[in-house]
Design a binder for this molecule. Structure first.
Ligand SMILES: [Zn+2]
Length: 302
């Protein structure tokens, strides 16, 4: 190694971002290894057509058939027949909602936030699907309209409607602040399933899963890559609209964080109700059901 090479390597070591605790010196070819170009894991071009072009036409003529109001710091269940649309609406003020989805004909088939993130990215908007868990892996719902699509990405790396946060819960609140708080989204979702659908509390807790954070504005900090939240840009009248590919049972929680500009898991911030509106299309949709995975399913076992 020449003096110039040594000098540039030292400068390089100073410039790269380290882990919190680092005990190993980067190898001499660290820069080369780190500069390898990324490859998209799951190119969206390979996904099956979710009929979005037709859905766009059909959504132009809808008639409202039902509405569920979700009070602040609480959750409500709702049902959407396959072939219908539903909207989550900011009714009075900026409010984040945590959404769970199930196939109402088979409660074992539920929304898979992690795979949805891997397929569509960290934040969802119009045209993205909400995928179900294994062994089903099909689009349960497709987002057909997003009044906040103008937001895109902000200078902090934030965006809306994420599938990266899991949901606020009493266990993490206890862990971090020794606080027993009963109205986190996790608990709200359990209560709704227990009270309205009569599930045993433990069974209900096992069914609750990672959410779509509707209206929440989140990202990862550019320096430490930590999960952050900031004030939701949603205002009264904003909505996110979905098309149901299967019969759906949904649960929506009004997060105790309100617009999530300050804190959650407490009674301190202003919260508002959300509405879930169910719409029947007046135009006919010919094909909208998605097939479950055709994987042969033996996992290498004979
Ligand atoms: Zn929450």
């Amino acid at each position: 190694m020449t003096l110039t090479q040594k000098f540039s390597h030292q400068n390089y070591l100073k410039s790269i971002r380290m882990k919190k605790i680092q005990t190993n010196a980067p190898p001499k070819d660290a820069k080369k290894r780190k500069n390898m170009a990324p490859v998209i894991c799951y190119p969206e071009d390979n996904l099956p057509n979710n009929n979005f072009t037709n859905l766009k036409k059909v959504r132009s003529k809808l008639s409202k058939t039902d509405e569920v109001i979700v009070p602040p710091r609480d959750a409500k269940t709702f049902e959407v027949p396959a072939g219908y649309f539903f909207r989550i609406v900011c009714l009075e003020g900026s409010q984040v909602g945590d959404l769970n989805l199930f196939n109402s004909d088979n409660i074992k088939e539920k929304f898979y936030s992690g795979k949805t993130r891997a397929l569509h990215g960290s934040h969802l908007s119009t045209g993205d699907s909400l995928w179900s868990c294994f062994p089903y892996l099909r689009s349960m719902a497709t987002i057909t309209y997003d009044t906040l699509d103008w937001y895109g990405w902000d200078k902090f790396g934030g965006s809306v409607h994420d599938v990266i946060g899991t949901r606020c819960d009493p266990y993490t609140a206890k862990l971090l602040s020794n606080n027993d708080y009963d109205y986190c989204c996790h608990s709200n979702l359990i209560r709704a399933l227990h009270k309205e659908k009569k599930f045993d509390v433990l069974d209900a807790e096992n069914l609750i899963h990672d959410v779509l954070n509707v209206f929440m504005c989140t990202g990862f900090t550019k320096d430490t890559h930590q999960y952050f939240m900031k004030a939701s840009p949603a205002r009264k009248g904003d909505y996110l609209e979905f098309f149901a590919h299967t019969n759906l049972l949904g649960i929506l929680s009004c997060c105790p964080g309100g617009d999530c500009s300050f804190k959650h898991s407490s009674d301190e911030v202003q919260c508002y109700p959300l509405a879930v509106q169910i719409y029947k299309p007046t135009l006919k949709l010919i094909s909208f059901r998605e097939k479950i995975s055709k994987y042969r399913g033996n996992h290498g076992l004979s």
